[in-house]
Structures are given as structure tokens and as C-alpha cells.
Design a protein around this ligand. Structure first.
Ligand SMILES: [Zn+2]
Length: 109
């Protein structure tokens, strides 16, 4: 029978991170949104090590668009910089659009 694809082909790469921690944080962002992602090292024998330290993030193909949209948002910290939660006073980094502590939205978003 043809057309039967192995399970791996249902996954697609949504991010090539510069480092393992970057890939892991992307995976965390996706997990928080209910998207299962896996981090893989980019091992390419013969690639000369150019990409040897890169990590890639993979998700199910059906979730790829949502994942990319999420990562685009997460990858660009708000230019306004860190902010203070109006609800509980927690100081939050620029990339957060809501308070992790009390759930309040960032003012002005
Ligand atoms: Zn708060």
C-alpha cells in the first residue's frame, strides 16, 4: 500500500532555535497553549557542525499554524518593556501579555 506515512511525517518543524534553552522556552509557550511540542537537536551528519548546536521545535502538522503564531508573539517582546500588574503589583517581563500570578491582562493590550 502506498501513501501510508510514518508517524514522524505528521510533525513539522516550527522553530529553529539558536540554543537549547530557547527551544525549551518555546516548547513551554506551546504547552501552555495546549500544543504538544517536542525539542530535537539538529543532528546532521556531514553538515560540518554549522547547525550542530541548534535545537528545533516540532509539533503536529495540524497545530503548526497556531504554534507559529504563538511563537511569533513570544519571540518579539513588547517594545514597551517590563510592566507592573495592575491587579497584584507583580513585575512582569515584556513578553508576557498577562500576569502569571493573578491572570490580569497587560494594560493597553
Ligand atoms: Zn497580577
Amino acid at each position: 500500500m502506498t501513501g501510508e506515512l510514518p508517524p514522524e511525517s505528521d510533525e513539522t518543524c516550527v522553530l529553529q532555535a539558536e540554543s537549547q534553552p530557547e527551544a525549551e522556552s518555546a516548547r513551554t509557550v506551546l504547552a501552555a497553549a495546549g500544543i504538544d511540542a517536542v525539542v530535537r537537536g539538529r543532528e546532521r551528519p556531514g553538515a560540518g557542525g554549522l547547525f550542530g548546536h541548534r535545537s528545533t521545535v516540532w509539533v503536529q502538522r495540524s497545530a503548526a499554524d497556531a504554534a507559529r503564531a504563538l511563537l511569533r508573539g513570544a519571540g518579539e517582546p513588547d517594545p514597551r518593556g517590563p510592566w507592573e500588574c495592575p491587579g497584584c503589583g507583580e513585575r512582569l517581563e515584556a513578553q508576557f501579555t498577562e500576569c502569571w500570578k493573578c491572570g490580569a491582562d497587560r494594560p493597553g493590550t
